[in-house]
Design a protein around this ligand. Structure first.
Ligand code: ZN
Ligand code: ZN
Length: 160
């Protein structure tokens, strides 16, 4: 942490949320089986310090359009929808902000996190959203599994 600076690191809290805020019933899915299938295909999901296990489920606090994957420790970005202490970024916004999203004292950590995010496969965002379904943190709208969208497609690929 820089002298006189402020580091915003806080323990990540987990929240029960729905992707769209609706009270849609959770489809009857085998969560443990889904978790196992996800980790077999996306071993990075099991990383405890970064990625969907390390942050509360939800969308990026900067753009609101990608899953949160990393919790930097700098001041919350201007334009963040929710200036909560546990703000987190998706990989697109993390790449845009770079090390500036972290405090000056955690530059090495920032570089490691950014490199990790940059290595994720293209379907990482869908995998992260499905991960939160598998952990029970997010109740997925049944329509999302059926409508041929990317999350549903990954879900079916995992079960095949
Ligand atoms: Zn974002
Ligand atoms: Zn820091």
């Amino acid at each position: 942490m820089p002298p006189g600076g402020r580091c915003y690191v806080l323990a990540a809290s987990r929240a029960n949320v729905t992707l769209d805020g609706s009270p849609a019933a959770m489809p009857d899915i085998d969560k443990a089986g889904l978790r196992a299938a996800l980790i077999r295909r996306h071993v990075w999901l099991d990383e405890p310090d970064i990625g969907p296990r390390a942050v509360a489920a939800g969308e990026c606090d900067r753009c609101g359009a990608e899953p949160r994957l990393v919790a930097p420790c700098g001041p919350p970005p201007a334009g963040a929808g929710r200036l909560s202490a546990d703000w987190a970024l998706g990989r697109g916004c993390a790449a845009e902000l770079g090390v500036d999203a972290w405090c000056a004292g955690h530059e090495a950590e920032a570089e490691r996190a950014l490199a990790w995010l940059a290595r994720l496969p293209p379907e990482a965002d869908n995998a992260a959203r499905l991960w939160w379904v598998a952990t029970g943190e997010v109740r997925l709208d049944p329509d999302m599994l059926e409508d041929g969208g990317p999350v549903g497609a990954l879900y079916r690929a995992l079960r095949a």
